[in-house]
Design a protein around this ligand. Sequence first.
Ligand code: GDP
Length: 453
Amino acid sequence: MNHNQDPIIALATPQGVSAIAVVRLSGQGVIGIVNQLFWGSDLSQQASHTIHFGMIKKGDVTIDEVLVAIFIAPHSFTKEDAVEISCHGAPFIIAQLIELFVAQGVRIAEPGEFTKRAFLNGRFDLAQAEAVADLIAADSMLAHQTALRQMRGGFSLTLQALRKRLRHFAAMLALELDFGEEDIAFLDRKDLHRLADELITTLTELIDSFQLGNVIKQGVSVAIVGKPNVGKSTLLNALLQEERAIVSPIAGTTRDTIEGTLHLNGIRFRFVDTAGLRATASDTIEAIGIERTKTQCSKAFVVLYLIDLSDMTLTQAEDDLVTWELEGLPLLKIGNKMDLAPASALESFKDYLLIAAQTGNGIATLKDKLVQLVAQQPSDGLATIVINARHCDRLQKSKQALADVITGLAQKRSNELLVVDINRALYALGEITGEITTEEILGEIFSKFCIGK
Ligand code: GDP
């Protein structure tokens, strides 16, 4: 692929004051450009992957003492000549440095432009480039591991295998077309049907894995819901082991939602303590809170339905579920205040996980249960987990095209029409890895990166 290699520059480390900052340059002639302003060794004579101490000067004025790392094409991240300047992390120095190079004709990089160049120069495919962004944004062990696997090309290999099989079939169909008049069949239509079915199964697994992928990336959302005073805030605090929510014996204290994050077994859980649910709200603010609670519950990965064992019968608890329209949701039913509950209550709430949020009794079991719920996801065990919404969208398009192939076979459509649908399936998969790209797709992806990546 051909593209412009004009020299670009950006700060690669975060904005603000730091001990050290790294300014990154890439493109044709950057080593020479830095060399002109660098007082130390002659950079044009140095080997790739070497670091040099010296000074960057503007005329006679020293801007900073720096370390300069040089990378000679194609042995750099972008596969172009590249330089990384480690300077002191003062915004003033950084601004001066960048200005100095801009005056030499170097352009400020667009968001994601370094990664985009790496992709255009064939360092990795598009799915891997996107994984770079996910890797940088990863904030839990599982998110990190998943992004790392994708960056190393695990997902890309799965897709390549899928495309290869489809391409083979498209080729066979096309071959039949060439020999159309002689009526030679290279392809058993039953085989094509079987292949389409198989591919649809694989695509469905991948698409389903996105639910888990999204959970890994965004964190598992857990809504804590129940009547006022059943101990929702106390439970949130017990889970987070801090005084995040206001615990009070007055009903209706938590009017808005409160969030907290907890890492369990490398998975990030986002807990939301919701406004207490009642059949009738005492005022408008509470009514808004209740509406918000319902929305939170419908979006949650799992809803912790909390009841007060000392204050409620099983029938009441189950009736409330119906009143609040919660039955269809992924529920984990919990009976709280087991320390106050009569033995009969402990007996009757068989389906409930019994805890005492105040004493911490049962909290460890609850945490284990939550981890299990994520681990039980249907895609668990799949080598590949889809973590990107764009990828999920293209997988769905590909699956639809294959469903059309199957319909076409049933309706005995001509090879020409079947090939069109197979090509649609191929195209959608190619858009994920970047074998097929448009400026629009590249813009959509790289504009979300920050400058310097
Ligand atoms: P929320 O309105 O559902 O958020 O309820 P809170 O967390 O504010 O708790 C209401 C009251 O129940 C507070 O006085 C808590 O101390 C008390 N409480 C919560 N959990 C327990 C428990 O496990 N045992 C006992 N005895 N009291 C609890």
